[in-house]
Design a protein around this ligand. Structure first.
Ligand code: ATP
Ligand code: NI
Length: 326
């Protein structure tokens, strides 16, 4: 049996806006296994970023985590609910044991400091190094690990002296500088050129093996899922609609939404040739559709779909779907 590193249960986040309460994610549950790459996929606005940020309480006002638990299994065998930790306690884990890489390297780096300083800072803050001198020395090794040529001189560069791809390598280097157990990458390549995207994904795979990290990868790209992930959760309008291995999801998609997503993208594994889009738009999350949130766009809607929220059901070992068809 694979061993879970995270057990997420009924995670719910609401945003209290003037227009009303945005029910961004509702009772989201999934496990992440130690050492795997777990992808979260879905259209824009479906709640991927909110889910990944909520794992370490990284939700700012007007957002609030209103329910659920995130059980983290530490390497020493103890477990902790990350949502129950105080701000100080969670800050100690975030950036050290659980690190993030965000989409936009420009926003992740401070233009006023050299990249070496910024990598060193991440290690100094979490006491991975004993002082700044050691931090700056280690920063050179990290730049070398993320395959930046001439790291001894690059370490003194300011962000504006680097290309977008190189900056994202620095951000990734900062992310892995404390040797995190879990790396959460939210659309890490979306802001980059297509050719650079492949290089960055390669680099993340390499580092993941080298550091024995668990990777949670947020993406809207099914091709990236096929390329990178072991398992995948498909989200729609703030709910997980299907979870399974990449093989299960690509070869035997059960949820009508997953089936639509796979038809909407050229899919190397299932060899689907046609391009189709899913009619309709993502619903407003202030007043989400009753019952199954996908029912207004679903080709198979039944009476029960309007009335009852479908629960995730295990259809074959490890393959879960939330749909009244099953
Ligand atoms: N600060 C906020 N105030 C109000 N609503 C918010 C806020 N942040 C997020 N939301 C809502 O939460 C929902 C989920 O957003 P989230 O950013 O998680 O989507 P996403 O799947 O990551 O989309 P994308 O692919 O565009 O990054 C959206 O409906 C969004 O409108
Ligand atoms: Ni996002």
């Amino acid at each position: 049996m694979p061993e879970p590193i995270l057990e997420v249960r009924d995670l719910t986040v609401h945003f209290y806006t003037y227009a009303g309460i945005v029910k961004a994610i509702e009772k989201v549950s999934f496990d992440v296994y130690r050492g795997e790459t777990f992808a979260i996929v879905g259209e824009t606005g479906c709640g991927k970023s909110v889910t990944s940020r909520a794992l370490t309480q990284l939700i700012e006002s007007p957002g609030k985590i209103v329910g659920g638990s995130v059980i983290y299994h530490r390497e020493d065998g103890t477990t902790v609910d990350l949502l129950k930790l105080s701000p100080e306690e969670i800050r100690e884990i975030r950036g050290k044991e659980i690190a993030y890489i965000f989409q936009d390297p420009h926003a992740s780096l401070d233009p006023l400091y050299t990249v070496g300083y910024q990598i060193a800072e991440a290690m100094v803050v979490h006491k991975t190094v004993k002082d700044w001198k050691e931090g700056l020395k280690r920063a050179v090794d990290i730049l070398r690990r993320v395959l930046i040529p001439d790291p001894e001189s690059r370490v003194k560069n300011y962000p504006h002296e680097m290309s977008g791809g190189m900056k994202q390598r620095v951000v990734i280097g900062t992310g892995v500088s404390n040797n995190p157990k879990i790396l959460i990458a939210d659309e890490p390549t979306t802001a980059l050129d297509v050719t650079v995207q492949a290089q960055i994904l390669d680099l993340m795979n390499k580092l993941k093996e080298e550091y024995n990290t668990t990777l949670i990868l947020i993406t809207h790209n099914m091709g990236v899922v096929a390329e990178m992930a072991d398992r995948v959760a498909v989200m729609y309008a703030g709910k997980i609609v299907e979870v399974g291995s990449v093989d299960q999801i690509f070869k035997n998609p059960l949820h009508p939404y997953t089936q639509g997503l796979l038809r909407a993208v050229p899919n190397p594994l299932a060899e689907i040739k046609t391009l189709e889009t899913i009619p309709g738009t993502v619903p407003n999350l202030i007043e989400p559709p009753s019952g199954c949130r996908f029912h207004p766009r679903c080709p198979h809607t039944m009476e029960v779909c309007r009335e009852k929220v479908p629960e995730l059901k295990e259809m074959e070992p490890g393959h879960f779907v939330a749909c009244h068809l099953y």
